[in-house]
Write a protein that binds this ligand. Sequence first.
Ligand code: C2E
Ligand code: MG
Ligand code: MG
Ligand code: MG
Length: 282
Amino acid sequence: GVKRSGRNGWQFFTKNMQIDSEKRHLLSTQLVTAIDKQEFSVYYQPIVDLTDNRVSKCEALVRWFRAGKQIPTDEFITLAEETGRINEIDRFVLATASEQLIALSQRLNYAISLSINVSPRVFSSKDDSLDRWLALITKASEQLDITVEITERLLIEESDRIMWVLTKLKSLGITIAIDDFGTGYSSLSYLTKFPIDIIKIDQSFIKKLGQEKIPEALTETMIDLSHKLNLEVVAEGIETLEQLNYLRHWQCDYGQGYYFNKPLPTASFIQLIEQEQRHRYT
Ligand code: C2E
Ligand code: MG
Ligand code: MG
Ligand code: MG
């Protein structure tokens, strides 16, 4: 929508940027007890290897159901980052997802990698959040192939602490991905400075494939650039076969989006992997 802003005149905003203050206050109060009340759960969205169509990774995405209603994830993540609850949520998601995926991959003998989001907040936490998150991910990485998704925003800071953590994650065999690639800052120097393995092209580009020339050219260029730098590419938000065909043509490595699957609750995700397994190995 369009909103009248005080100093700068008319500005665009997206639904995740602004929620009214009354609702914010109520939500932030409810957020405090949501973990204890077990209102959070983890959904899984398949990530498909475009060379063989196999579901080789999945992204864990947090969901908040309160009194039968789902609170939009972007809304409460923003709020949790402002109020400091985010680190607790990230720990919950990491612990839950790694436990469920370790069980799944062992029971079905199906290799699958877990992609997990982490808030930039954990890297600058003043309490023991970073240590606790590192302890959890270290343990999980012993039994599971893990990708950590970070945003470009984090790398702009170029802090020693961030470099130290990323280097530590690499030493554990963890893969590092840049989420929402292309939406942040124009400096690309961080791609070679930091130990990055994967870029995830933001869905705003993918939506325009077949419709607008500039996002199309940018997507092709991002894929080329990544491959030249020995990085792999995931395209986010694929909704149509046409979009997928463009991406295949440009040799994009992985795809994620409603065209394949929406994020699924654990039981449905397990069913999907069981089907995949039967289909491929029997
Ligand atoms: P993200 O990490 O970029 O995740 C991808 C988002 O795109 C998800 O939204 C997913 O449901 C949505 N999506 C996937 N495919 C399609 C598609 O084909 N079309 C459309 N329209 N949307 C698609 P979701 O689950 O609402 O999450 C929003 C954001 O919240 C995430 O964006 C991530 O930044 C954040 N988030 C989610 N879970 C966590 C978490 O556990 N920890 C942290 N720190 N952030 C999280
Ligand atoms: Mg993500
Ligand atoms: Mg993303
Ligand atoms: Mg996003």
